[in-house]
Design a protein around this ligand. Structure first.
Ligand code: NAD
Length: 502
């Protein structure tokens, strides 16, 4: 039996809530399994209304001075900062992650707002005097128009904040389609934008599923699409949006390997593997899901990992003693749990069985699975090949550094990776050779700061722009190159030759 708590989450269009109500989705509370409420799903009419509002708001926002835009961003920054706890609790209640972790994602999202507050500096073009006699050339960066963002469940605040602060700072208007599983944070952020003085229509939110997404991908007034989610959907978004003439960046799934060399500090490596494997119940695109133990370190490393896992406390996200919360939905928990028996059937060893982990509080009905360690995993097994996206850490043993590199090189994903070693030469060689977009050296989750850009390689990213940082500014602007000559009596008259400097 499910009990409805009764929240109703709806779209945010043109500066106000905009209920639709025809189609709706369920919002669950992962720690109890209860139905927490309903979220309206957008159809064609709601998508059209949001894009129309964004299109109408564009000319004035594009023409707002850089100082005026930066002032709104600074106010938004203060408001989000002031509501950090409230946002974290909201995220935790719908996603399941512990409140401190949710506060961390708000903080990392705020880093991007900080970056975007510097927009007057970031939008400076170039200027060259006298490219020809008394002719100057310069470049200007202009916004695109309406940009859309489509985001995953696992970071309901941070991932949208990789996108919209930069897009809006650059002078675009924005339509966000957040995950339908935890939609409330995006609406709260929209309210804070309004309180910060952002003009109506500059930031809009439509909720929903494939129907809403397809509406955005096919809408002629959407000029750019930023996506973050799983690889099959990222590929679909990239192909569909590009076919419709849009600029697109689509960040996909991951399988992040952490290589531990024989000379590594094994306590540091075990701390890192457990933190990066089980933080947010492994539902992070930068989670470590494969530990690659090189040479003789496997057994000692496994013992240290097991000691640490035994101390982790699993419970509701708002329980003060919880280190790790539940998974996001029952279906996802069941899918993740299927890799335990599946892994053993294919020859892995279940070194820690998360189904046996005690749960704090009243666990009945929640979507629980404790931290799990599968040892002796090999590349043919499904537990290795698939992105599990849950608290299952696989250990693969290799005989050499070269074998570890072959493993990573053959993997279709290339989001994040890490090496643990005390050998600077080995670390340098790794950073140079590895075919992965984000690399950690004795750092397990190498998420770039906001002023660098976030993105993987291979099947972890479709498109050529990574998120935020200067690549974000590049993605949300078009460059115009101007060549100017002011009237001068000494011009050379008619000349049919190709213009060159001189
Ligand atoms: P998902 O791909 O199922 O959903 C992402 C978004 O796409 C959601 O808004 C969803 O409503 C929409 N969507 C789902 N199915 C669709 C379809 N058939 N057509 C059109 N739109 C559709 O991903 P998720 O389960 O919400 O998030 C987890 C995934 O996101 C993992 O694979 C994880 O690795 C990935 N992720 C990647 C990064 C990164 O930076 N590379 C960051 C966070 C999460």
């Amino acid at each position: 039996m499910t009990e409805t708590i009764g929240k109703h989450v709806t779209h945010w269009i043109n500066g106000k809530p905009s209920p639709s109500g025809e189609a709706q989705g369920d919002i669950h509370e992962p720690s109890t399994g209860r139905l927490a409420g309903k979220v309206d799903f957008a159809g064609r009419a709601e998508v059209d209304a949001a894009v129309a509002a964004a299109k109408a708001a564009f000319p004035a926002w594009r023409d707002a001075s850089l100082a005026a835009r930066a002032k709104v961003l600074f106010r938004f920054r203060e408001l989000v900062n002031g509501h950090r706890d409230e946002l974290a609790r909201l995220i935790s209640s719908e996603h399941g992650k512990v409140v401190s972790d949710a506060a961390g994602e708000v903080a990392r999202g705020l880093d991007v707002v900080d970056f975007a507050c510097g927009i007057p500096h970031l939008l400076k073009g170039g200027f060259s005097e006298n490219v020809s006699t008394r002719v100057d050339a310069y470049s200007i960066l202009q916004p695109l128009g309406v940009a859309a963002g489509i985001t995953p469940f696992n970071f309901p605040a941070m991932v949208p904040m990789w996108m919209f602060p930069v897009a809006i700072a650059c002078g675009n208007t924005f339509v966000l389609k957040p995950s339908e599983k935890d939609p409330s944070a995006s609406v709260r952020l929209a309210e804070l934008w309004a309180e910060a003085g952002l003009p109506d229509g500059v930031f809009n939110v439509v909720h929903g599923d494939k129907t809403a997404v397809d509406g955005l991908l096919h809408h002629p007034d959407v000029k750019a699409v930023s996506f973050v989610g799983s690889t099959p959907i990222a590929r679909y978004i990239y192909e569909t949006a590009a076919r419709n003439g849009k600029r697109v960046q689509a960040l996909g799934g991951a399988k992040n390997h952490m290589v531990v060399l024989p000379d590594a500090d094994l306590d540091l490596a075990a701390d890192a593997a457990v933190s990066a494997g089980f933080g947010s119940a492994g539902e992070r695109c930068m989670a470590i899901s494969v530990v690659v133990a090189v040479g003789p370190v496997g057994d000692a490393l496994l013992d240290k990992i097991k000691e640490r896992v035994a101390r982790l406390r699993v419970g509701p996200g708002d329980h003060p003693d919880s280190d790790m919360g539940p998974l996001v939905t029952r279906e996802h928990r069941d899918r993740v749990a299927s890799y335990l028996d599946g892994g053993v059937a294919q020859g892995a060893t279940l070194a820690v069985d998360g189904r046996l982990t005690p749960v704090l509080g009243d666990p009945a009905g929640g979507f629980w699975l404790g931290p799990t360690v599968l040892d002796h995993v090999t590349p043919e097994m499904d537990a290795y090949k698939d992105e599990i996206f849950g608290p299952v850490l696989s250990i693969v043993r290799t005989g050499s550094y070269e074998e570890a590199m072959e493993l990573i090189g053959a993997n279709p994903y290339g989001n994040g990776t890490a090496i643990f070693t005390n050998d600077g030469g080995a670390a340098r060689r790794f950073q140079n050779e590895v075919e992965v977009g984000m690399v950690g050296i004795n750092v397990p989750i190498p998420v770039p700061m906001a002023y660098y850009s976030f993105g993987g390689w291979k099947d972890s990213l479709f498109g050529d722009s990574h998120a935020h940082g200067m690549e974000g500014v590049h993605f949300y602007t078009r460059t115009k190159a101007v060549t100017a000559r002011w009237l001068d009596p000494s011009h050379g008259g008619v000349n049919l030759g190709f213009p060159t400097g001189g």
